[in-house]
Design a protein around this ligand. Structure first.
Ligand SMILES: [Zn+2]
Length: 223
């Protein structure tokens, strides 16, 4: 099955890069209140097109996108990601404009390509590959995607406390190796959904990953 998943990802690489580019082209600079609502709407659209039930939930700050798609197994995997990015300044250090993604020598350049839009879309592409290969997801998948990670996740802890049912899951995978400010929201005693016991088998894509990247993660079984 992994061969078929790899083949799917390889043969759809251009579409994947195009979709990531579209997301990166949408500015979402929390510190400058630039493009946040628009980016949340775009992220919601990416998930809806993959059959997820999606809610854009308001907070006192940036909206949080929550999504769920049922899988074969009722075990639930929750992904955390964020759609906001760091300010692009100083602009003179960019060879190409930060919100005009540019593919050079096989690498995509733009603000958010890695942190965290690349991580988010890598998961979406893994889901595409699973749906194309299996026909459905091996387990239920949820997303929580916030827009304030780069500004200290100010409203995330309260949101988590108020939405434990919505976020209930057997396991949670963070946005990047260090989810920074967001991790505190998931370490609170109330948020025990992140501490469920479940054994998972995880395979990383074959590609060598740059520092901070975790490649395309494919969960092939929950039990
Ligand atoms: Zn990040």
């Amino acid at each position: 099955m992994l061969d078929r998943i790899d083949a799917y990802l390889e043969s759809h690489l251009n579409e994947s890069i195009a979709e990531l580019s579209r997301l990166v082209a949408q500015p979402s600079v929390g510190a400058q209140n630039w493009g946040i609502q628009e980016c949340a709407a775009l992220v919601a659209d990416l998930l809806r097109r993959r059959g997820f039930d999606v809610q854009i939930m308001p907070t006192a700050g940036a909206p949080i996108v929550c999504a769920e798609r049922k899988g074969r197994n009722p075990k639930t995997l929750l992904f955390y990601n964020h759609y906001d990015v760091q300010p692009p300044e100083p602009l003179e250090l960019w060879e190409t404009p930060p919100f005009e993604p540019s593919l050079r020598e096989g690498k995509l350049y733009g603000r958010g390509v890695s942190d965290d839009k690349g991580h988010l879309t890598a998961r979406l592409f893994a889901i595409d590959a699973l749906l194309a290969t299996l026909g459905d997801l091996p387990c239920t998948v949820k997303f929580i995607i916030e827009g304030e990670e780069e500004t200290s996740s100010l409203h995330l802890p309260e949101f988590v406390r108020q939405n434990l049912d919505l976020l209930e899951a057997d396991a949670c995978i963070g946005g990047e190796p260090d989810v920074g400010s967001a991790s505190t929201a998931f370490e609170q005693p109330e948020a025990s959904f992140a501490q469920g016991r479940v054994s998972i088998r995880v395979y990383l894509g074959r590609r060598q990953c740059a520092r901070g990247m975790v490649g395309i993660v494919v969960v092939v079984g929950l039990r």
